[in-house]
Design a protein around this ligand. Structure first.
Ligand code: GRF
Length: 188
């Protein structure tokens, strides 16, 4: 059984979908570790509900990014993680993390990269007035939403309701992330 880690900073709906898929056996792995940089985030509660160990930290309590990433790497090593899945983790990966797990870290982004990078991708695309939206899963490097594209899924939307659009994006994200993680683990 492969072992994955899921990093998140907020709600954790992707975490929830991945955890449920592991429990159903749809992803041939278990979440060996969750990592969260915001103690008040909903994902912390979700991890507890699924019995998943969660490393929760406050970046400000560390001297530097390298310091907290060293701690994360120590925990990933201890949990013997094969693949790191970023799911709404609102930090760039630094040298420590990339040095130890580079090539084994993927991220999900709620737009068709390389368009609409950054933290407000859905709103940015909506305000731009695009007619085709989508989701990207990509390998992670040191850049913001950079790295090689692994999977994308697009859908058409011409409505003007941002809440409805956000719900549509999340509905595409969850199955795409589950399928992609499953494929990558089988390829290993
Ligand atoms: C998702 O839209 C993901 O693409 C982006 O952050 C959001 C996280 O949502 N990177 P959730 O916390 O999984 O609900």
């Amino acid at each position: 059984m492969k072992r994955i880690a899921v990093f998140a900073s907020g709600n954790g709906s992707n975490f929830e979908a991945i955890a449920a898929a592991c429990e159903r056996g749809e992803i041939p792995a278990r979440i060996a570790l969750a990592v969260c940089d915001k103690p008040e985030a909903r994902v912390v509660e979700r991890a507890a509900n699924h019995g998943v160990e969660c490393f929760v930290f406050r970046p400000k309590e560390y001297g530097s990014k390298a310091d907290y990433e060293r701690e994360i790497v120590r925990r990933l090593d201890a949990a013997q993680v094969d693949l790191v899945c970023l799911a709404g983790y609102m930090r760039l990966c630094g040298e420590e993390l990339l040095g130890a797990y580079g090539g084994r870290i993927i991220n999900i982004h709620p737009a068709l990269l390389p368009a609409f990078k950054g933290a407000h991708a859905i709103r940015d695309a909506f305000e731009y007035g695009v007619k085709v939206y989508g989701v990207t899963i990509h390998g992670v490097d040191a850049s913001l939403d950079g790295g090689p594209i692994i999977a994308q899924r697009a859908f058409a939307y011409e409505g003007r309701d941002l809440d409805e659009l956000e719900a549509m994006v999340h509905a595409v994200e969850h199955p795409l992330y589950i399928e992609t993680i499953g494929k990558l683990l089988k390829e290993e």
